[in-house]
Design a protein around this ligand. Structure first.
Ligand SMILES: *Cc1c(COP(=O)(O)O)cnc(C)c1O
Length: 399
């Protein structure tokens, strides 16, 4: 065990299941350990470093902003924050932006805004939420309360009352449980942590219709699917349905802590001075980097390339599935967010990939998730596929 790993084992909280592996440097799609070993990163920090590690243009703006201004508090305006808000508005359905630091905080602010908007317009009884089973929205108590993976609840109850969970894509349950007291429904267009399940268009359409009928707000948690991950800048574009509120985080500043909650003006207007705040939210350095991230990723040519690489990667996994139908069960996802469901435990695939120095994530016991940096190239995709094929053949001979 290396020195850093040893320190971590001794002094860090044990709330994560960590590999005994410490990285000291990153470049593009590669990470380097303290011993100098090179890894191919198909996680991108769980869909965070969409432009890979140490992207030169991001380094430039980061260094420039670090010399200019770090922090002022939100008692004042700063150029990076104001410009980033305008950019996000220009690129999305939204008209105003609230900035925070993490995904869970963006979700918290969305839940608070939905409640406050309902309260101001229809009274205090309209305070319930609909959320989906198998969803993931973060670990703070509010975000956890709308997270439909109940193993994460153990020992933390009581959580927020008034959250109704329905199965994803269950239109009947959605209609049955919608009523006047619902102030919002929160959904991920693709359930990422849940194992990469893409929601059906008709289900999202019905959610939109019911929100309009009952004056509730449609909240999209695009923390994992936003910022080009799926081949569109935002995943809602795949469904041609605009939410009322959208949460962004993960890839927004390519690894610096920044999140955003976006909405139309008449909705955001429920947030009056003093109703909600964040000390670090909209930090100038993070916002300046995010501005550059959006400039690069929102280019239609860049997004087209993401879509194409996603198609190629998926197609190659489908070819593997045809060769090994008894091992691979299903392939899901959009763009470069791909889930591979196995008929076998995914743990051994994960471990063998790690031995071959390829990093992936395993959101569920039988599912592997691929979320490489969007700048991944075709050679790296081929290398990944060849390695995976080798591993599957090895596993098959041992079955
Ligand atoms: C990662 C994630 C979150 C939580 O983000 P944090 O920054 O860890 O709080 C919330 N929702 C979705 C969909 C996510 O993928």
């Amino acid at each position: 065990m290396g020195y850093i790993t040893e320190l971590g084992e001794l002094f860090l909280a044990k709330n994560y299941k960590r590999e005994k592996l410490a990285f000291i440097k990153g470049s593009g799609t590669r990470l380097f350990t303290e011993e100098g070993e090179e890894y191919l990163d198909f996680t991108a920090g769980i869909g965070v470093c969409n432009l890979g590690h140490a992207y030169p243009e991001l380094l430039d703006v980061l260094q420039k902003q670090a010399k200019l201004l770090w922090h002022t508090s939100n008692l004042y305006y700063t150029a990076p924050q104001a410009k980033l808000a305008k950019k996000l508005v220009d690129l999305s359905f939204a008209e105003e932006v609230f900035f925070a630091n993490s995904g869970a905080e963006a979700v918290e602010s969305a839940l608070k805004l939905a409640r406050r908007f309902a309260y101001e317009n229809w009274g205090a009884n309209k305070n319930q939420f609909i959320a989906l089973k198998n969803s993931f929205h973060g670990r703070t108590l509010g975000a956890l309360s709308v997270t439909g993976q109940f193993q994460y609840w153990e020992g933390f109850e009581p959580l927020l009352p008034g959250v109704i969970f329905i199965p994803p894509n269950d239109k009947k349950a959605l209609e049955t449980h919608f009523n006047e007291n619902i102030c919002g429904i929160i959904i991920e267009p693709i359930q990422g942590e849940g194992g990469v399940y893409v929601l059906e268009k008709e289900f999202i359409e019905l959610a939109k219709d019911l929100c309009q009928k009952y004056n509730a707000l449609l909240i999209f948690d695009e923390i994992q699917t936003g910022i080009g991950r799926t081949g569109k800048l935002f995943a809602y574009e795949h469904f041609q349905i605009e939410p009322d509120i959208m949460c962004l985080a993960k890839a927004l500043a390519n690894g610096l802590p920044l999140s955003a909650m976006l909405a139309k003006k008449h909705i955001m207007s429920a947030f009056k001075p003093g109703t909600h705040a964040s000390t670090f939210g909209g930090n100038p350095i993070c916002c300046e980097v995010a501005l550059k991230v959006l400039e690069i990723i929102s280019d239609p040519l860049f997004l087209k390339e993401v879509e194409l690489k996603g198609k190629v990667l998926k197609e190659k996994i489908h070819q593997l599935k045809q060769k090994k139908p008894n091992i691979i069960k299903e392939i899901r996802g959009l763009g470069l967010l791909i889930g591979i469901e196995f008929n076998i435990s995914a743990e051994q695939v994960y471990k063998k990939l790690l031995e071959k120095r390829i990093l992936v994530t395993q959101p569920k016991p039988n599912i592997i998730r691929l979320s490489p940096a969007l700048i991944i190239n075709y050679k790296e995709i081929d290398f990944f596929i060849n390695t995976l094929q080798e591993i599957l053949m090895m596993i098959e001979t041992n079955l």
